[in-house]
Unconditional design. Structure first.
Length: 623
């Protein structure tokens, strides 16, 4: 066996289409010569809409802008390009869309590539049969799967692991891989293991750099990973950023149910023994010591979206203190009663739904808001959301509900000309179809590649203007212009100024100390469609230990603070010393499924606020 030769992987951006610094990119390409440019391109973070509708996560223009330099670098230096979860949801149509963008750029720039596509294939009958055999089980906090969920889904994809990517890489002529829905670290792990890296560092590097430079401090766009057999080294491409043990360990907490065990296709990555070693350059970090434990049964995660109905909405503001003082009674009784008088099916089982979101009061957290009863704002914004079987019905109900909100009377009313400040015309907005995650389940498979089809297609020059593929004709050529942004600059990358940091004045012996005073990061995020995760991270080991030992972040406190009815609403709660962090993950309510009807916070990004005011015992100075 030939000796192992270290190689480099460039992750240019957190998500393909989100952009990156072009000078930084070319400086890295010309000085570091990475073996691969790899980018994750999808997520369930925006909810089920992309999978249900087929729309892409960013515009075609954004894909063209990001892919043009990447393809120029690939053509010039023979760098492999791997893209996971193409288009956002990784559906077949979105894979074809991204391949068409690659084709457009290749023709415009005079390049020629052999592109491999990887798509999920499984019939609904096959999935139903596997369900009946007990081979499909819930993922995370998802409910049990029903046969109707499989039959009624608009589209179903599956998160592939590393094996389909490795199968595509087995053809050395392949220049670019455009894959459907993928476990985010999978393309990074696959390329690394294909070139001799052990599974542990291969999976761990994928988990970190699939978000590009987000693990750097200050948070960046691009990350370079140098791969060795049993470890890897992270280096931000921006010279003003650095990777630290805390910044990288804290990244493993991001949007995960728990930070020390990261499950994926084929096994679980254990991080309890991971070691983070700063390097002599002051910017790079060596990572080693993680453990990959294979699962007894190989599982891939199915994701499916079902059509719920069609949505319309209206929005406006209320400044009248007389109405604000009785806003709940007005909306839930007066407006809803009078709207139901016009549409008797409203609110019935399976019928149209009318939901009010009162911004300035409890629109973000809803029933979990601890301040709803004590806070009286001077103005509120009201968003009325209507979902019905057809767009016409949704529009009609929204129209009547808005009129009732504007003109219905209430006790003590003085403003008889109208109750509602409407900022937009048309006064109601037709929003189109709305979906829900109907499938979010794990499928047992005997062969990790059995449900994934690999085809190849030539694009660009030397193809006589046509492309060939084993799974049908190529998409029609588009005439969209390609911006000439990918020219290699004559000079090296320009330094990017570091993000300004405003030091917080913190007095730790105050009797009114709170989590906001002692923590450096307090955040919330969705951990898949059915869970929300809360993180509190410290930048000082003594502060971390003080809070940990003070027992202020307990299961009982969180249950009381967020008003959880059941103890099992909290899925995980733990301290994680490598990141000086604390994590709590809880189940979303069944009426608040991500990105669907009644959603209050699709990304789960504003559900952390109650943590800020948790009291912390004072830290007395010692002599």
């Amino acid at each position: 066996m030939p000796p192992f030769v270290p190689f480099k992987i460039l992750a240019p951006c957190p998500l393909l289409g989100y952009g990156y610094d072009i000078d930084e990119f070319w400086h890295t390409i010309e000085t570091e010569r990475p073996a691969a440019i790899i980018s994750d391109a999808g997520s369930t973070d925006p909810g089920p809409y992309m999978l249900g509708s087929g729309k892409t996560v960013v515009s075609r223009a954004s894909y063209v802008t990001d892919l043009t330099p990447i393809l120029d670098a690939s053509a010039k230096h023979g760098i492999k390009v791997l893209i996971g979860s193409a288009g956002g949801a990784g559906s077949d149509a979105q894979v074809d869309f991204v391949v068409d963008v690659v084709r457009q750029i290749a023709r415009a720039r005079g390049h020629h590539f052999l592109v491999a596509t990887i798509k999920f294939e499984a019939s609904r009958d096959d999935l139903v049969a596997r369900l009946r055999e007990g081979k499909i089980t819930p993922c995370a906090s998802a409910p049990p799967l029903q046969e109707a969920d499989v039959r009624d889904a608009v589209d179903i994809v599956a998160q592939m692991g590393a094996e389909p990517f490795r199968a595509a890489l087995a053809n050395p002529a392949v220049d670019i891989i455009v894959a459907g829905r993928s476990y985010d670290p999978a393309p990074f792990a696959a390329f690394s293991m294909h070139h001799g890296v052990q599974p542990e560092p291969a999976w761990h590097v994928g988990k970190i750099v699939e978000c590009g430079g987000q693990c750097a401090t200050p948070k960046g766009r691009s990350m370079l990973a140098t791969m060795y057999e049993d470890h890897f080294v992270l280096t931000p491409t921006n010279p003003h950023e650095r990777c630290t043990p805390l910044s990288v360990a804290a990244h493993t907490m991001y949007e995960k149910t728990r930070p020390d065990r990261l499950p994926g296709p084929g096994g679980v990555l254990h991080l309890g023994k991971t070691v983070y070693e700063p390097q002599p350059d002051g910017r790079s970090l060596l990572v080693r010591g993680s453990e990959f434990v294979p699962s007894p049964t190989y599982q891939i995660k199915l994701e499916g979206a079902a059509l719920v109905g069609y949505r319309s909405c209206f929005i406006g503001g209320i400044r009248d203190p007389i109405l604000i003082a009785q806003i709940d009674d007005f909306l839930e009784h007066t407006v809803r009663r009078n709207t139901t008088a016009g549409f008797s099916a409203l609110g019935t089982d399976g019928g149209p739904r009318l939901i009010f979101h009162v911004y300035g009061r409890n629109a973000v957290m809803g029933p979990l808001e601890p301040l709803a009863a004590v806070h009286v704002p001077h103005e509120v914004g009201v968003l009325g959301e209507v979902v019905a079987a057809t767009q016409d019905e949704a529009d009609a109900i929204a129209n009547l509900a808005r009129i009732c909100t504007l003109h219905n009377s209430y006790p003590g009313q003085m403003a008889t000309a109208g109750n509602f400040a409407s900022p937009l015309t048309p006064l109601e907005q037709s929003l189109g179809p709305v979906y829900r995650f109907s499938v979010y389940h794990l499928l047992d498979v005997e062969d990790p590649t059995s449900h994934f089809r690999i085809d190849t297609v030539e694009v660009g020059e030397h193809t006589n203007g046509t492309s060939t593929t084993t799974n049908g004709s190529a998409p029609a050529e588009t005439k969209t212009a390609v911006p000439a942004t990918a020219t290699v600059p004559a000079e090296t990358a320009k330094p990017v100024a570091p993000a300004s940091a405003t030091a917080r004045a913190r007095t730790f012996d105050s009797p009114s100390l709170t989590i906001a005073d002692v923590a450096s990061v307090v955040r919330s995020k969705n951990a898949g469609p059915f869970e929300i995760t809360l993180d509190v991270i410290f930048d000082d080991a003594a502060l971390y230990a003080h809070v940990r030992d003070s027992n202020v972040l307990t299961r009982e406190r969180i249950r009381t603070l967020y008003g959880f009815a059941n103890d099992d609403d909290i899925v995980a709660l733990q301290f994680f010393e490598p990141a000086l962090g604390w994590k709590c993950t809880y189940k979303r309510s069944s009426s608040q499924l991500q990105g669907s009807v009644g959603e209050r916070d699709t990304f789960g990004a504003q559900l952390h606020a109650p943590l800020l005011s948790i009291p912390v015992p004072p830290i007395r100075p010692t002599d």
